[in-house]
Design a protein around this ligand. Structure first.
Ligand code: SAH
Ligand code: SF4
Ligand code: F3S
Length: 458
């Protein structure tokens, strides 16, 4: 009998990847993905703990699921909470939402079928009480060794997790606590998965890791490969047209990676390289272990290797002790780099992290004003970058049908969404598109018909 599985994903792309893997491990048990929670036999919330708001969302969503669970008459509903809130607050979830059946951390997904079997054997308590199954271990075995192949075909652009965890302990961040120590998957396993994804139709791979450029995988030649070496090897996979990777840390950028951007046309000229702040004093308090000048020198070196490369970043404003001059340094760095996209956040104190105990808090109103000022500049930059594409011809990798009839959507090399009228057989191919219009988030254009009379007449 097939059973309906609804997974709701919060947080970063690692969680998106993990949600797909959880669906894979549950497929042999008869669970098929559903896009609504109504009537689902199992619901998984794959949660994020990075900021306070992300955590609150989980508890309010659980509140909404409770009546669905009690209302289900045809069999039972298993509610599981996975991901980083589960890892950090497992016991608290069980206390505040006792109807939750399973709480599991990011490193135990491969054990999910066992947990589901245990849950199914023990009846739900009176009033929909949960089964209290909690597994937030950091097991010695790597979950990757136990995960099956994809149960659902990958899209044209697919995620591939190559590295996980973090040993950097930036003072504001929960990731080292929720995801555990840095771990790189072996090169051979990564290449097998890459080939499989490409054989199943992927044309672009987005290599994922919390510190993806800290990748150091055990290689078949007995050595250890960095991200650059892995990228060179991937370019030998026939049919793989584009490679991206995220998220990188400035400290782990090495000469080999910069050189790879110059050598490999498959490495896309868009790099997410979070800097967080432009002030050396704040960078130090954050334990980022690099200066603003070092960051700028990396940008210059990437540009020298690949002149059309563009950058995006994450920023935190209102970090404890941030003075106006620190914030000005951030604004100056933004001007200097000219990011084409960015995420910016107000500092959110996270329990158990060193920065949460720093006394010198920035008043909310000040942090909020800084955030708005920063976002205003970042948005103007992004708008200008998108508008600057009008009149240019971009190579677009088409991924899927668009919202309107006859339209396809895809991405430019710079990760911009682009729509154009095009035949569905062009999905999975890269086509030149002449850009006609732009919004803050997307581009629209017309296919340039290569090899036709029109093209040769032009
Ligand atoms: N590994 C990546 C970041 C992962 S978290 C890196 O090192 O850059 C994603 C982003 O969330 C961070 O870049 C940071 O900007 C933001 N973030 C993390 N912890 C935060 C906190 N406590 N408050 C506000 N923003 C935070
Ligand atoms: Fe968090 Fe810093 Fe690790 Fe990124 S490098 S995941 S910000 S501790
Ligand atoms: Fe959130 Fe965990 Fe990712 S805290 S950002 S889901 S690593």
């Amino acid at each position: 009998m097939t059973k309906k599985l609804y997974i709701k994903t919060y947080g970063c792309q690692m969680n998106v990847y993990d949600s797909a893997r959880m669906a894979d491990v549950l497929a042999p048990l008869g669970y098929t993905p559903s896009d609504t929670p109504d009537g689902a036999d199992m619901i998984i919330l794959n949660t994020c703990h990075i900021r306070e708001k992300a955590e609150e969302k989980v508890f309010s969503e659980l509140g909404r699921l409770k009546p669905l669970k009690s209302a289900k008459t045809d069999g039972d509903m298993i509610i599981a909470v996975a991901g980083c809130v589960a890892q950090a607050e497992g016991a608290e979830i069980m206390r505040r939402a006792p109807y939750v059946d399973i709480v599991l951390g990011p490193q135990t997904y491969h054990r999910l079928p066992e947990m589901v079997a245990r849950a199914a054997r023990s009846a739900s308590g009176p009033d929909g009480k949960g089964r209290g199954i909690l597994d937030t271990d950091f097991p010695a075995e790597a979950k990757f060794d136990f995960l099956p192949a994809e149960s659902v075909a990958p899209g044209v652009s697919a995620f591939l997790s190559i590295q996980e965890g973090c040993d950097k302990f930036c003072t504001f961040c929960v990731v080292p606590y929720t995801r555990g120590a840095e771990y790189s998957r072996p090169v051979a396993a990564v290449l097998v998965e890459a080939r499989r994804l490409v054989a199943a139709g992927a044309r672009e791979l987005n290599l994922l890791g919390q510190n993806v450029n800290a990748y150091h995988g055990e290689a078949p030649d007995g050595g250890t490969w960095g991200l650059a070496q892995l990228a060179y090897a991937m370019t030998e996979i026939p049919g793989l047209e584009r490679i991206r990777y995220t998220t990188s840390h400035p400290r782990d950028v090495d000469e080999a990676l910069i050189r790879a951007h110059g050598d490999l046309p498959q490495l896309m000229p868009f790099l997410h390289l979070p800097v967080q702040s432009g002030s050396d004093r704040i960078l130090e308090a954050m334990n980022r272990k690099h200066t603003a000048a070092h960051y700028l020198s990396l940008i210059d070196r990437f540009r020298a290797a690949r002149p059309d490369i563009v950058f995006s970043s994450d920023f935190i404003v209102g970090f404890p002790g941030e003075r106006d001059e620190d914030f000005r340094a951030t604004m100056a760095l933004v001007e200097e780099v000219g990011f084409v996209q960015a995420f910016s956040f107000r500092y959110s104190p996270r329990p158990g992290t060193p920065a949460a105990t720093i006394e010198d808090k920035v008043p909310d109103a000040v942090a909020q004003a800084r955030l708005l000022e920063l976002q205003d500049v970042l948005e103007r930059r992004q708008r200008a970058f998108f508008a600057g594409m009008i009149g240019r011809t971009l190579d677009v990798l088409f991924e899927k049908p668009g919202r309107h009839d006859g339209q396809l959507i895809g991405r430019s090399p710079y990760l911009q969404g682009v729509h154009a009228l095009a035949h569905p057989r062009l999905i999975g191919t890269i086509q030149p598109v002449h850009i006609k219009d732009a919004t803050l988030q997307s581009l629209g254009g017309e296919l340039v018909l290569v090899g036709t009379d029109e093209a040769s007449a032009a």
